[in-house]
Write a new protein. Sequence first.
Length: 451
Amino acid sequence: MHRKGNTLFRRFSVKFLVFIGLVLTVAFLCVTATPTSKTTERMLTLNWSDFPIFKEVPVAESTRNGKAVMSQSTGTVTVDVVKDFGATGNGITDDTNAIQRAIDTVYNQGGGVIVFPAGVYLITSVTLRENITYQGYGATIKRPAKQDEWTRTFTTDYQGNTNSRPLIIKGFTFDGNSQNQGPYRNYELEQAHLLFLSSDPKFPGKLQADVEDCNFINGVADAISVYTNVDVKIKNIQVTDVFRGGFVLTGGNSSAEVINLTTKGEVDRSGIDVEVDGEGYGGSLRVDVKFDNLNLIDGDFDIAIGEGSTVVGNKIVSDAPFYLFGLESTIKFTNSKFKVGATDGYSNRILFPHNVTFENCEIYVTRKETGKPYQFFSATDIWWQYFRYPTQKNQVLVFKDVQFKVDSNILPKDITYAIYSRKDALSNNNQLIFQGASIADEFTKKIVKEQ
């Protein structure tokens, strides 16, 4: 309403000013010329229809021939990639150029909505712009065969001293066409993400993005990859057979809220990875992440954060492997269920639990090997120290109303522990706290502490 009101005010103002100009011009002519009855009659019958500039021209809801027009009703530009820019959506023709022209046109007009009608759009890579809603309910974005490692289907390159206007992606299916990409399971194509969100870390501004109601299938890298200087909200996402990760955050000075995410896979397993190694603005590696209602059916759960970062999760169900690295950071999980596989000294462990809490959770040991040598299974393998880092002190790991259980696939020969605490000096004042926790009798030994 505010935007529409401004538009009406501007129209009235322009008309009024031009009207005054016309009246003064006519008055001047009347003073400097000999008046006639014809002139006087003309002055008395002036109306807007005499001047084409004032005629109300209907504004289309979309562009035609690639020329974006602003809607009177919404104040935004709305385009159709098929009708207005010649995309085919037939799954055969490369629609990359048509889609990029639509994006650039709407962006240059100040933003708006780009509609993708139902169809399959073959796209190598397009660069998204902010202040645009990309709407694709019923549309599939498909990666052509034999693309290289750095071909990212939807990518970004925001630079700014202030945060961007929102970039919104809704309703798409992204198909990575993994069957026709060549070898990728040795990470040959690990950068070929389906959606890559990033902002230039040389500038303080962040890319603000929303991703809703999307499916990601058959990917050779990440489904949603978030790098530096990004604030993103992700909601109602399903990931199937995407090789590296369903949601991956690797860049600092970023935040993410992920709600209602399901990952599964029969060909490629997908999970969650928050493993920050890219510096954001000012060299920051800090991130803030909130998870709610995640169902990682066949994927891992991997969190590695530092520099005062936070990760908060509620209603998470995750298969093994399970990995936490919380150097000088805060992590809290509530109402969740985690499975933890073989204890191999790398995967399935908690390293540097600076301020970590599990509340009202279930933690299982499950017979899931990692390909590395192991001697036992532990629901929690706690590493207070690691030789490559300075000595960590005053760390706190809390288990409040947590149940430690043994999965049904554990064999009688398997050695299992609920808690395995690695060696640490008492003087470091690192604390392991139980509040109402319970440990199943099926464990070989409930708690082991290295001396």
